[in-house]
Design a protein around this ligand. Structure first.
Ligand code: GAF
Length: 424
């Protein structure tokens, strides 16, 4: 194996493992590593749990495990980032999940959650020891938790001596099944009622491609994303909000309520309308139906539903533009998406708005918007490559004066999904 080709977090975890664990346990198994990427989402925010469309790309930032299979059912983990140790047992899972979850640090709960869901699916697992490393900004809107979950699934597969496999052909779990399983793990590990966007984006990643996913049917197709003169710039506000997960669950609940009310309003008017009878999610309500009935909704629900229905249309618009190679036009839709997230969905914050405003004034920035759940994290910027330095300078100059904080800027590339390697 040529170790220079390994991603930095994979290398780091492989290097650290012998120092952290090898002197403590005798293993009869080879050293291996498993990893999975974070993601950016070009457009389609908060549409996933409304049965809608999303257009993400996995990126070249990963969460990684390196370690060895154990002879028993214990999982022992060392986080290179938190410099923290965690241990749990696969015995008794998923039944004793809650009991085992409580004493664990947040990051290890995701690994436990994935183990619990794999066992619930009837898959046999083995214990392992591993170092966990990564370079997806934590809690930064680039799906660090989904990267950790998918990397966990890959790690369980690797360290269970391939008692189960993840892949397209003849595998135990397809990538999209793995995404669904890890989404359930996220729900039980963190209480966030997330959609499938993050896990699917990580599982389905391909270099130089975005993936259009229908979050209801789970059908997907790839769109080339190869623009040599355009950079995908991610700018991290540095803001993390504790309450983001309850606000997220509240949005989800508001969407469910708006759906029911709109369906009832349509059916009151048109009792024989079969399409309306089948309305289950905001995805099922057309922009025309919404226009007709929106004024009968309470203001908050009108704003939430209005945003989601329009955002879903924006995804389809961006797909058409990408197919026509009109990347500058895509940028214009990102600005509009941000305004909706800020004013209607109300999941932005002063720092995200500041970054989008600053980007707006830089010639060569085609578009920018907040990304992910919101209330902090990062923005995605579609930038003509020769304008990246000007954007960096503008952020360095204006962001601290507007917010009292420093932002960090990163250029990302659409990259491959999960992987693993056995070294010795
Ligand atoms: C978070 C969630 F985990 C996703 O499922 C998605 O809803 C996203 O917020 C908003 O688009 O990342």
């Amino acid at each position: 194996m040529d170790s220079t080709k390994l991603l930095p977090p994979v290398k780091e975890a492989l290097e650290q493992f012998p120092r952290i664990f090898d002197d403590k346990t005798a293993y009869a198994s080879p050293l291996g590593a498993a990893w999975a990427p974070g993601r950016v989402n070009l457009i389609g925010e908060h549409t996933d749990y409304n049965g809608g469309f999303v257009l993400p790309m996995a990126v070249d930032r990963v969460s990684a495990f390196a370690g060895r299979t154990r002879q028993d059912q214990t999982v022992r983990l060392w986080s290179a980032h938190f410099k923290e140790y965690a241990e749990f047992s696969l015995d008794g899972l998923p039944e004793n999940f809650d009991q085992q979850r409580k004493p664990l640090p947040g990051w290890a709960r995701y690994v436990l959650g994935v183990g619990a869901e794999l066992l619930r699916a009837g898959i046999t697992l083995k214990g392992f020891d591993a170092v966990v490393s990564g370079d997806v900004p934590l809690g930064g809107g680039m799906s660090s938790s989904a990267a950790l979950e998918i990397a966990s699934a890959e790690a369980y597969a690797l360290f269970s001596d391939h008692a189960f496999t993840i892949g397209e052909k003849d595998a135990t779990l397809t990538p999209i099944e793995t995404a669904g399983l890890c989404q359930r793990a996220e729900h039980i590990a963190s209480g966030l009622r997330s959609g499938i966007l993050d896990q699917a984006a990580s599982c389905l990643g391909q270099p130089r491609k975005a993936v259009l996913l229908d979050c209801r049917s789970l059908d997907y197709r790839y769109l080339p994303f190869e623009y040599p003169n355009v950079s995908l710039v991610v700018i991290d506000t540095g803001v993390r909000r504790e309450l983001a997960s309850s606000a997220y669950n509240e949005r989800r609940q508001q969407c469910e309520e708006a759906t029911e009310r709109l369906r009832d309003l349509i059916l009151q008017d048109e009792p024989g309308n079969e399409q309306a009878r089948g309305i289950k999610e905001l995805r099922d309500i057309s922009p025309e139906q919404f226009e007709r009935y929106k004024n009968q909704l309470p203001e908050v629900l009108r704003k939430r539903a209005g945003y989601v229905i329009a955002e879903n249309e924006r995804v389809l618009q961006v797909v058409k533009l990408l197919e026509a190679g009109q990347i500058e036009e895509v940028g214009k839709i990102l600005w509009i998406g941000h305004a909706g997230l800020r004013d209607e969905y109300e999941v932005s914050c002063a720092e995200l708005d500041a970054l989008v405003d600053i980007a707006h004034d830089v010639p060569g920035v085609y578009g920018a918007r907040m990304m992910g759940g919101g209330f902090g994290g990062c923005t995605i910027n579609l930038v003509r490559s020769d304008a990246v330095d000007a954007l960096r300078q503008a952020v360095e100059q204006h962001y601290p004066e507007r917010t009292g904080r420093q932002a960090s800027i990163d250029i990302c590339r659409a990259a491959a999904g999960p992987g693993h390697v056995v070294t010795q």
